[in-house]
Design a protein around this ligand. Structure first.
Ligand SMILES: [Zn+2]
Length: 184
């Protein structure tokens, strides 16, 4: 969730801002199985979520592990109550952080993301917060895979982009991709 939110930014996506309006935010939430209590996100919600996006990016970029723990904890503290244990669908106990009633959408997301970042820091490690390995991508990601060998923020996109670039470097195609006034 943190990864996907950070990478909706125009500083990462060459296509531009991926959350240009409240409807795009609503789609983003639905794609992550989140619903904002049945209400449609407002322009205020969008502005606050974009501000949160910058904060999360700064946390991912921080090289100071203690700072990360502190800042991610502060996200949880915005609206989180608890933690407590709830049984999941298989009857196993899972940590559950309830949010205060009437909190903003951005604060709900802050709690969700903050808990996620703290969990990664504790159970995996700080080196799971990484910059995308693609030289043409400014994205960041949190590697929650078991093996911990993820390299790209958007594997389908950034991995392929790099493969294409490497392929072109090894096999230059004459007359292909030329730019300039000579093109007719
Ligand atoms: Zn990337």
């Amino acid at each position: 969730m943190a990864t996907d939110l950070v990478n909706t930014s125009p500083e990462v996506r060459s296509a531009g801002e991926m959350l240009p309006d409240p409807a795009a935010l609503a789609r983003f939430l639905a794609d992550h199985d989140l619903h904002s209590g049945g209400r449609t996100p407002s322009h205020d919600d969008l502005g606050q979520v974009l501000a949160l996006r910058q904060e999360v990016r700064a946390i991912l970029e921080s090289t100071d592990e203690d700072h990360v723990a502190e800042q991610a904890g502060a996200l949880v503290g915005r609206a989180g109550i608890g933690p407590g244990l709830h049984r999941d669908a298989d009857g196993r106990w899972q940590w559950h952080v309830v949010t205060a009633p009437e909190v903003s959408l951005a604060d709900e997301l802050a709690v969700l993301i903050g808990v996620g970042l703290l969990a990664v820091l504790r159970t995996l490690s700080h080196d799971r917060f990484r910059h995308c390995a693609s030289p043409v991508c400014n994205g960041m990601f949190v590697d929650t895979s078991r093996a911990g060998r993820r390299r790209y923020c958007m594997p389908d996109l950034c991995g392929n982009r790099l493969n294409v670039a490497n392929h072109r470097a090894r096999h230059p195609v004459p007359d292909a991709g030329k730019e300039g006034p000579s093109a007719t």
